[in-house]
Write a protein that binds this ligand. Structure first.
Ligand SMILES: [Zn+2]
Length: 123
């Protein structure tokens, strides 16, 4: 049996200012991967992307780069590093934020559709 290590900020403390700042933190989960894997090699980029995610789609400024709107430059740089290694940046981003990053009116292909299209490319 495995158990995920998650972190979510506490909902309330005795300090309203601290409560407001903690609401700016998106809950996260820790994942273990083998050293030598592509994911392990790109852990810093994945951590950077995750750290710079806004707590909700309605939050436009980055919580860490408060002077920048999201997606901030550090998020975009981390996403570029991940995609350069052949990983999918959208796998690191919660689905609720996908329309902000990829505002396409066409639906994104499912993994099964991607495998089919890779196996049977259009002429
Ligand atoms: Zn940022």
């Amino acid at each position: 049996m495995t158990q995920s290590l998650t972190y979510a900020p506490p909902a309330h403390t005795a300090n309203p200012e601290l409560d407001a700042r903690r609401r700016e933190v998106r809950p996260v989960v820790a994942v273990l991967v083998a050293v030598g894997s592509v994911l392990a090699a790109e852990d810093a980029a994945i951590n950077d992307m995750t750290a710079h995610l806004p707590p909700s789609p309605a939050t436009s400024p980055c919580a860490l780069c408060s002077s920048e709107t999201w997606p901030c430059a550090r998020f975009q740089d981390a996403a570029a590093r991940i995609t350069a290694r052949g990983l999918r940046a959208d796998d690191v981003v919660p689905a609720e934020l996908h329309p902000i990053l990829w505002p396409s009116p066409t639906p994104r292909p499912t993994p099964a559709q991607e495998r089919y299209e890779a196996a049977w490319p259009k002429p």
